[in-house]
Design a protein around this ligand. Structure first.
Ligand code: GLV
Ligand code: MG
Length: 305
């Protein structure tokens, strides 16, 4: 997990809209993707590819993970999305987001196609990563094989809107609890399933969008919940959501400082004193405490704390 890139905030940008693309350049997100899928109307799908290629080649995305979301493999658009974008801008692209992944074979298809294009275009083979959206019942059932499908895989991304539709959830508000379900968190199983599969295979777990874009407090609560579980970041749809995501998926300064203190104290205890357990104030530390502290410290260092 160590070398994976920071993705606290992942900005969704409609690939057919040059004005939104221009705006996205100025936003302080860890990552972004130019969308060719659900934010692009069918009649715009083909021209959007050129807009996306130009946006990547024009640059101005320094320090961010640069992605494109292609259409899903059941459509007639997917293969040409991949070919046009990677042939046209492969050197300026870090990952492709594959939506509606239902099985490992979807990822294999993209992996193979990417390798062919990289070879033909003289690009380094294997550099472009894959992000797999888990957003229907089949995808969730097969999430373990999807997480293990390719060394290119960098993230599993929860797609709440499509997922809610896929299971016939009786709700129209993405990310909020379905009305009438008052006995817990209706999403807990889905989120944990994705998170555990991601961790088991050393990839990141990213939470999907929150569609009530003007309600920043509600976004903050939603992001806070998945950050608390262990997710690495969340999609953002609007400038208002960016800072809230960056904050939610980084530890607080206090937790970060405490994590570094634990690491120092435990390193001293195990090496100088040769002890496996030690007290730090009122707290007993052992090897598992070190691992927990390392997670928090790692996220804090990545966030520049
Ligand atoms: C994202 O793609 C979603 O379906 O929520
Ligand atoms: Mg979706």
């Amino acid at each position: 997990m160590g070398e994976l890139r920071s993705r606290r905030s992942v900005l969704a940008v409609p690939g057919s809209n040059p004005r939104f693309v221009e705006k996205a350049r100025g936003l302080d997100t860890d990552a972004f993707f130019l969308d060719l899928e659900d934010a692009v109307a069918p009649l715009e799908k083909e021209s959007a590819r050129e807009t996306v290629v130009k946006a990547l080649n024009d640059g101005g995305w320094e320090g961010r993970v640069r992605s494109v979301r292609v259409n899903d493999i059941s459509t007639g658009w997917a293969y040409r999305d991949v070919i046009t974008v990677v042939e046209g801008a492969g050197a300026h692209l870090d990952t492709l987001v594959l939506p509606k992944v239902t099985a490992a074979r979807d990822v294999h298809w993209l992996d193979t196609l990417l390798t062919q294009i990289e070879r033909a275009a003289g690009l380094p083979v294997g550099r472009i990563g894959i992000e797999a959206q888990i957003e229907d019942a089949k995808g969730l059932v097969n999430v373990d094989e999807i997480a293990a499908a390719s060394p290119r895989l960098e993230t599993l991304v929860y797609g709440p809107a499509d997922f809610m539709a896929s299971i016939n959830m009786k709700s129209l508000v993405v990310g909020e609890q379905p009305p009438g379900y008052d006995v817990g968190d209706a999403y807990h199983h889905v989120l944990m399933r994705i998170l555990v599969a991601a961790r088991a295979h050393g990839v990141q777990a990213i939470d999907g969008p929150y569609l009530q874009i003007r309600d920043v407090d509600a976004f903050r609560r939603a992001a806070g919940r998945t950050a608390a579980l262990g997710f690495d970041g969340k999609w953002v749809l609007h400038p208002l959501q960016v800072e809230a995501a960056n904050e939610a998926f980084a530890p607080s300064q206090e937790d970060y400082d405490h994590a570094e203190l634990i690491l120092d104290a435990y390193a001293h205890a195990t090496t100088v004193d040769r002890r496996g357990a030690v007290m730090l104030g009122e707290e007993m530390l052992d090897e598992a405490s070190r691992k927990m502290a390392l997670v928090v410290a790692g996220k804090g260092r990545a966030a520049g704390l």
